[in-house]
Design a protein around this ligand. Sequence first.
Ligand code: TRP
Length: 477
Amino acid sequence: MAGNTAAPGQAQWSSKAAFVLAATGSAVGLGNLWRFPTEVGSNGGGAFVLLYILCVVLIALPLLLAESLIGRHGQRSTIGSAVHLARQSGASPAWSLLAVVGLIANTAILTFYCVVAGWVIYFIGTSAADLIGAIGAGEPLRGAFAPQSVEQIQQMMPTLFANPFLLVGLQFAFLVVTVWIVARGVKGGIEMAATWLMPAFFFLLIGITIYAAITGDFAAAVTYLFTPDFERALQPGVLSSALGQAFFSLSLGGGAMIAYGAYASRETNLGQTSGMIAFADTGVAIIAGLAIFPIVFSVGMAPDAGPTLMFQSLPTAFHSMPGGAIVGFLFFVLALFAALTSSVSLLEISVSWVTEKFGVSRGKAAWGIGVPVFLIGLLSALSFNILADQRPIPFIPGFENATWFDAIDGVTGKLLLPLSGLITAVFIGWVADRKLVNAETGLTGGGLAAWRFLIGWLCPLAVFAILVIGLFPQLLG
Ligand code: TRP
C-alpha cells in the first residue's frame, strides 16, 4: 500500500479497498442483526428508528470520519495515534483519553459479544443436525426443524438459557476463535471473510427479507418500523438508546475505526469511505429489521421480547420456508462470520496497544487478554440463568432492573462509547491542528463546512445533552 508506513506489528491489508471492507466488516455484525431489532422492539418501533437514523447521519457519520482520520494520520495503535495527533497539534497527550475510554469499552463489549455469538453457534449446531436429518429422510428441501411445532422452536432459547454449561462452552468457543485469529495477525482469514462472505451474507439476508415480506405480516412491520410515535421519541431513554445503538453498530467510540483507519492508504478519501460504511451498515440493519418483524407480527410474538427476538423469529421463518433447512443453516454460518469480523476488531484494539506499549508478541497479548475477557463474560452468560436475579447497578437511572448482561451492554453502549465520542468531537473540532485535519478528510467546500459544523458544534452539544439527560432524566421533569 503506497505511502503506508505502519508501526511495527500493525497488520497490513492487501488492497486499497481493504479499509472499506475491513471497516464495514467491523461495523456489520450482531449489532445489526441482533441488537438493532432488539432495541427497536424495546423502544417502540418507529420512534426509535427515526431517532436512530438521525443519530447516524448527524452524529455517528461525522465521528466516523473523525476517528478514521486519527487512525490514518497516526498509523499506530488507537491510543498511540491519538497521542501522536495531539502532540503534532501542540496539545496535551491527555486527549488520548478518548482512546483509553474506547479501549476499555471495546474490551468490555467483547465480553458479552462472545455470549451472543455463542447463541449463533448453537443455532448452527441445531440446524446442522436438522439438515442432516432432512437429508437422511430424503427431504433436503424441507423447512427447518420440520418435526417441531412453532411453539417448540420458540422454546429453543429458553432451553439453551437453562443450560449454563452449554452457554459458557459456546461463549468460550467463540472467544477462542477470535483470539486465535487476532493472535495470528488480522490479515488473511478476515480479509477473505470481509471480501466474499459478507457480500454473500448480504444477498442471503435480502432473500430472507423477501420471503418474510411475502409470507409474514409485512404491512404491520413497515408500519411499526416507519411510523414514528413522536411522544415516544421524546422519552429520554429512547434517545440515549438510539445514540448508543448508532455508536455500537458503527463500531464507534474510540476503537475500531481509529485502528482500521491506520490501514487506509494515503489516497483513500476518508469522507467518501465514511459515507459508504455508514450507508452499508444502516442498510443492513433496516433490512434485518424488515426480515425479522414481519415474522414477529405474523406469529404474534411480542416485539419487546428482548435479546431473544431474532433467535425466535428467524427460525420460525426458516420453519415454514421451502428449503428452510438449508437456508437456516447457511444464515447462521454467515452470521457467525459477520460476528467474527466484528469481534476481531473489538479485540484488536487492546492487543495492538499492549504489543506496542510492552513489546510483547501478538500471540501473548491476545491470549493474555482473552482470559479476563472470558472470566468477565461469565457474568453475562450466567445472567440468563444462575445470576438472573442480580441487579449490579440499580443506583444508575435506567439500570434499576438491569442484569449483568444488560448492565455491561448498557453502560458501554449508552455511556462509554458516547463519552469517547464526545471527547473525540471536541478534540477534532477544536483542539487538533485545523489544516492537518481538514486535509485528512478529503472533503472540500460545502461538504467540509458541513462536517466542521457537525463535528465542532452539533456532535459535542448533542452527545453531551443526551448523556446528561440519560443520567438525570428528572431534569426533563
Ligand atoms: N459494530 C459491531 C456490530 O455491529 C460491533 C463492534 C465491533 C463494536 N467493534 C466495535 C461496537 C467497537 C462498539 C465499538 O456487531
